[in-house]
Design a protein around this ligand. Structure first.
Ligand code: ZN
Ligand code: MN
Length: 476
């Protein structure tokens, strides 16, 4: 039986986290009505000069640094020509002759051990617009045209879907912690195309290559790879079909790939230097400035959390697995300096509330000042933990101010032991049977009595204090 090996290379597009587009001052942010974020420059009016966005170049430098790449001293932009209605100029501004960097390395870890993925290059380029098809016509929205991207091109180093997934997770961590991109696959701010071919083990020639597109989650990418690899193996084994070099679209509902177009070769695009944009010199001093401005990467933060801060490994891994959670942790501990409590409330309570609200960890938007205030109210025993949990939900979903809310709704803990004792006396006089059972040796009944007392206090007493006073009242 012949044995096969899957050979894959990745092209990852990540949207740069700039305020404005790559060559004009239109907003780069997601959303807006159709064609609201558009000007003559990014909608292809002839003669508009293109001026490169300095921030985009800086984020490109940051991407180069975190992927251990060699930065090009003088980078230039090129035109890639093709005709499609989502591209108003008829060409995409990208880089081919002198991209921002080359020869990067990214370390990954899978169940099979550690591996280094090598990068061919990273280039900066502009996004295209969006076509909206309905029954009668096709409409075009240029809001996305000329939004800056980096395209990270790997060498054909991948052999398994697990390696691809580990690499994408690592890239997401590196780029999001460096502030390069928010890397949300579902929203399309990180997209991955897989170039895949299959060959017999031992062979050095590459098989016929297919490029797979349109996967919008890690799960979809893994499934698309498994499907496509099997399709190639079947073709080689049985001759069921003749493989051709082509681009294929993954259909997540059907779990299959379909032909999109026969793959163009680079010379079909008639790349040529863009004479309108000046070459950009990237000096050592500029690179150093960017390097020094980079925030703490995930692995360093993790080491700090489990080391000096003494936080649990599993929780620290969850926090540093998401740039957003990590930011919430930082800003909340800045205002409420009890990292252990903050981690607990994020990992256990906040994630549960967010899940109930159908939000993933990267979509949680909480005011950390209010979150910190809430934790302070719990710590100072102004409210108990249960009330705290309920308020957390309101802070997250309605943005309430916890302090005001507690005051207005009279949620503060009953700290008056006289009132607590009064409630205990009332409950004990009403529940004579349970009291007798308890005194007869059935100690479990205390849970029931405790519940009754807490209820009569509206849940607003410190359970520890109530428990202690209830036990002593039962002794008599
Ligand atoms: Zn514009
Ligand atoms: Mn591209």
């Amino acid at each position: 039986m012949r044995r096969y090996e899957v050979v894959m290379g990745l092209e990852v597009h990540a949207e740069l986290a700039t305020e404005t587009k790559l060559f004009c001052s239109c907003p780069a942010k997601f959303g807006g009505g159709p064609n609201e974020h558009v000007c003559p420059a990014c909608s292809g009016a002839p003669g508009m000069p293109a001026v490169a966005n300095r921030r985009a170049v800086e984020l490109g430098i940051a991407a180069a640094i975190v992927t251990n790449s060699e930065i090009t001293p003088v980078m230039t932009f090129d035109k890639k020509n093709y005709f499609y209605p989502d591209l108003p100029t008829g060409y995409q501004i990208t880089q081919i002759t002198a991209p921002i960097c080359r020869n990067g390395r990214v370390e990954i870890e899978t169940g099979a051990g550690a591996k280094t993925i090598t990068l061919k290059q990273i280039h900066i380029e502009e996004d295209a617009g969006k076509l909206i098809h309905d029954a009668r016509s096709t409409l075009v929205d240029f809001n996305r045209t000329s939004v800056p991207l980096v395209e990270i091109v790997s060498n054909a180093d991948f052999r398994t879907a697990a390696e691809v997934v580990a690499y994408l997770e690592k890239l997401r961590s590196l780029l999001s912690f460096a502030g390069v991109s928010d890397c949300k696959m579902q929203e399309g701010s990180m997209r991955c195309d897989v170039n895949l071919s299959v060959r017999e083990v031992g062979s050095h020639a590459l098989g016929v290559r297919a490029e797979i597109k349109n996967m919008n989650s890690l799960k979809a990418i893994a499934a698309a790879i498994e499907y496509e690899a099997q399709r190639h193996i079947d073709a080689l084994e049985t001759g069921s079909e003749t493989l051709i070099q082509e681009t294929r679209r993954w259909d997540d509902d059907l779990g299959e790939t379909f032909p999109m177009r026969e793959k163009e070769n680079a010379n079909d695009y008639r790349y040529f230097p863009n004479p309108e944009i000046m070459p950009i010199r990237i000096g050592e001093d500029w690179i150093e400035r960017v390097r020094n401005s980079l925030p703490e990467p995930a692995h360093e933060k993790y080491a700090r959390m489990v080391g000096p801060l003494g936080l649990p490994e599993a929780d620290s891994r969850i926090i540093t697995g998401s740039k957003n959670l990590s930011d919430i942790f930082d800003t909340t501990t800045a205002a409420f300096n009890n990292p252990k409590e903050v981690v607990h409330w994020i990992v256990v309570e906040l994630l549960a509330v967010a899940k109930g609200d159908n939000k993933g960890e990267d979509d949680i938007a909480i005011d950390s000042g209010k979150f910190a205030k809430l934790l302070e109210l719990v710590e100072e025993k102004v409210i108990n933990r249960n009330v705290g949990k309920k308020l957390l939900k309101l802070v997250l979903t309605e943005g309430i101010d916890p302090e005001d809310y507690v005051r207005k709704n009279n949620l503060g803990l009953v700290n008056d032991t006289g009132a607590i004792d009064e409630a205990i006396r009332t409950v004990l006089s009403q529940q004579k049977k349970s009291v007798e059972e308890y005194r007869g040796g059935n100690e479990k009944v205390i849970g029931f009595l405790m519940g009754q007392v807490m209820r009569s206090l509206g849940g607003k007493a410190d359970p520890k204090v109530v428990g202690e006073r209830l036990s002593s009242a039962l002794q008599f």
